[in-house]
Design a protein around this ligand. Structure first.
Ligand code: HEC
Length: 121
């Protein structure tokens, strides 16, 4: 009887651990609230830009423009280029190069983060 209880209980306990972890790893990303560099911005960049703009690849694939480190992203925000390339403004190369424009939600998350000071948070 004890064994049966344990076999039933352990998976249930494990299940609740997994659930908690997911909540912590993937906080709500469907709004422009609580945007942080570490949780939101660096992930957008990593998913869409680093194949060309990583420190290792940028010289070969992105004309030396780096976006892997916060400092490099900050410079690109401050000179206005980040939003211009994402919004496909005239006179700027359209990013991500050769792919669809990022969704309005992702662009507004980046814009919100910049409006809040583009902090390393
Ligand atoms: C397939 C490769 C590739 C991907 C993916 C890519 N880029 Fe680029 N990016 C380039 C290249 C190549 C250039 C240089 C273009 C030029 O100078 O005309 C560039 C230039 C830039 C520049 C500098 C523009 C300027 O006027 O100086 C910025 C900012 C930029 N990319 C941002 C991004 C962002 C943000 C993403 C992801 C959303 C992204 N890129 C995805 C290849 C890429």
């Amino acid at each position: 009887m004890k064994k049966i209880l344990i076999t039933i209980l352990i998976p249930i306990l494990l299940q609740s651990c997994v659930y908690n972890n997911e909540e912590m790893l993937y906080p709500r990303q469907d709004s422009v609230n609580n945007i942080s560099y570490s949780e939101t911005i660096s992930k957008i960049i990593s998913n869409n830009c680093l194949e060309c703009h990583s420190n290792a690849n940028s010289d070969i694939y992105a004309n030396g423009n780096r976006l892997e480190d916060y400092e490099d992203v900050k410079v690109t925000c401050d000179n206005g280029k980040l939003l211009s390339v994402l919004k496909h403004k005239p006179g700027f190369p359209k990013m991500p190069l050769g792919k669809d424009k990022l969704s309005d939600l992702l662009i507004s998350q980046i814009e919100q983060w910049i409006n809040e000071g583009a902090k390393n948070n």
